[in-house]
Design a protein around this ligand. Sequence first.
Ligand code: NDP
Length: 274
Amino acid sequence: MSAELIDGKKIALDIEFELIEKISKMDSKPSLSVIQVGEDPASTSYIRAKSKAAERVGINLTHHHLPESTTKSELSSLVNKLNESEDGIIIQLPLPEGLDSVLNEINPEKDVDGFHPFNLGKLVQGEPGLRPCTPAGVVELLYRSGNDPSGKHVVVVGRSTIVGKPLSLLLSQKGVDATVTLCHSRTPNLESFTGDADIVVVAVGWPDTVSANMLKSGVVVIDVGVNRTDSGLVGDVSSDVKEVASQLTPVPGGVGPMTVAMLMSNTVDSALKK
Ligand code: NDP
């Protein structure tokens, strides 16, 4: 078997077209502010991708690039100012030490990254709210590639607050109805869980965490990982996974573009609620 690749880039473009349609009916363009503190090169390249997507769909994105020496009160006063004017605000992670608590000062209604405790609480309660972009992108990718998770056993590998944990909650919500197993670095015999899954989502940050011998034939594999190696960008699953999987996301070109598309979607939703 050679897995069909799930084209995240194309699916993200489909979502962008839907957003262009929605924005064309709005009185003014949605506004999104992205705050970057310091010079992390990965952050700079992620912000570039977000800026290009915003330009394509018609969102006014402003990049606030602050020096590494920015104090908590300086960052806090910028966030409070933007809370008054913007539809969406994100603070690009990682932040220099001591600034993380400012994340919670973003107005939850404008927290288009979906990381605010208020929005995470809404997710736990199954109430409407802004959802974290990567987990929301994975769920959207599943539906749009013909993989309704309802009734499926989905194994999520990785329990971070920005990917694995919220994804397990989204997938197990009423209406989505997957049966979810959440694995992590302390899970013994990882292969006993992944080998039973209909869908495996890997968000670990380490190449070759899941290989073909840990999977059943026909499984759908979503590879969230982004690892920079000497041979370029690779995901968290081994290249032999395509021999057993029925469908697989490529890295790059799988989950990454979906994360950006969901950020655009959250910004439009936030603007529509104004
Ligand atoms: P974190 O480092 O925050 O979390 C990694 C998780 O993986 C932890 O829960 C850890 O377990 C678990 N883990 C580590 N080693 C193993 C192992 N051998 N077996 C099972 N579980 C393991 O990472 P993130 O969630 O932030 O990111 C994960 C990956 O996804 C990274 O490559 C990141 O770059 C990528 N990413 C991609 C995005 C995209 O848009 N494409 C967006 C966000 C992230 P424990 O909790 O026990 O330590």
